[in-house]
Design a protein around this ligand. Structure first.
Ligand code: GLU
Length: 296
């Protein structure tokens, strides 16, 4: 049987902190324990925020933790053609819609509805759901953009996608934010008509992660619990694109002293700073609640 395949997939838009260390070390340890492969993937589709120097520091930080990965490293910005091909499959199946509304226009409509006490549906991350271009207060202006041939965002038509895909589940060996584990019923509808390609970026996190996990033969997705609900969208895209289903393992997040998720800019938890201050790989493992590595 082929060995299991694990991956760590950071975005080079800041320096890695203890939360990334936990994710990377868990993936690496689980791959070693299972006699599997460990891949590193650089998720740099957002060219306005990602920088080569952050990518270089990711490699240094991981090596400094004693992690080894297979070469070549897959860099998403070199594979926009693969994501375009997947998008074309969905387009041919009639599952995409073009939308000309900006995120700001959707946010403003939601704010106005909240202020009027009407409320507005939100996705699992708290972002206001897209109601359709025609249902926004700026509908006339948005229609002018469409008629003028301006660039559009490409969204999945969730209603159609769900009717094609049918019910979906995934196998969770970690846990979701409310302790969900085992067989999880996926609820992609909670995300509405998700964006699959932006005006300025010809793909999205959801689309590229699903395409790459399949292309790289990833069998085990181990990542932070903040991405638990996104898995519903990933399972939906896998079904629509005929891609295999990995096992998912969402781990607890490393929190700061106020109970908030760590952010890349926050000092004191940045791996490069900890290393410069003399922290050993063993110290960092201990800080994220992991014991010594397995002898190999
Ligand atoms: N690139 C994503 C991040 O840095 C992780 C993607 C994933 O593990 O699915 O949050």
């Amino acid at each position: 049987m082929a060995p299991p395949v694990f991956r760590f997939a950071p975005s080079p838009n800041g320096r890695l902190h203890l939360g990334h260390a936990l994710s990377a070390l868990l993936n690496f340890d689980m791959a070693q324990a299972a006699g599997g492969r460990f891949l590193l993937r650089i998720e740099d589709i957002d060219l306005s925020r990602c920088r080569p120097e952050y990518e270089a520091s990711i490699l240094e930080d991981l090596a400094g933790l004693g992690i080894r990965w297979e070469e070549p490293v897959r860099r998403q910005s070199e594979h926009f053609d693969a994501y375009a091909a997947a998008l074309a499959v969905l387009d041919r199946a009639g599952l995409l819609m073009r939308s000309y509304a900006s995120r700001r226009e959707i946010a403003e409509a939601a704010r106005a509805a909240d202020a009027a006490g009407a409320g507005w549906p939100r996705d699992p991350d708290g972002a206001p759901l897209f109601p359709g271009d025609a249902r926004l207060p700026a509908a006339d202006e948005i229609a002018r953009r469409r008629d003028g041939g301006e660039p559009a965002a490409i969204r999945l038509d969730m209603g159609r996608a769900l009717s094609v895909a049918g019910p979906l589940t995934w196998r969770e060996t970690g846990a979701g934010p409310s302790g969900e584990t085992g067989t999880i019923a996926a609820d992609p509808a909670a995300w509405g008509d998700v964006v699959l390609a932006r005006k300025e970026t010809p793909t999205s996190y959801h689309l590229s992660v699903v395409v790459d996990d399949a292309l790289q033969g990833v069998t085990h997705v181990v990542r932070g619990r903040d991405l638990f609900h996104s898995t519903a969208v990933h399972r939906l895209l896998q079904r629509l694109l005929g891609l295999p289903e990995p096992v998912y393992h969402h781990h607890a997040l490393v929190l700061d002293e106020t109970g908030e998720k760590l952010s890349k800019s926050r000092g004191g938890t940045v791996l490069a700073d900890l290393r410069a201050g003399g922290a050993t790989p063993q110290d960092i493992r201990a800080m994220v609640g992991l014991g010594p590595p397995r002898a190999t």
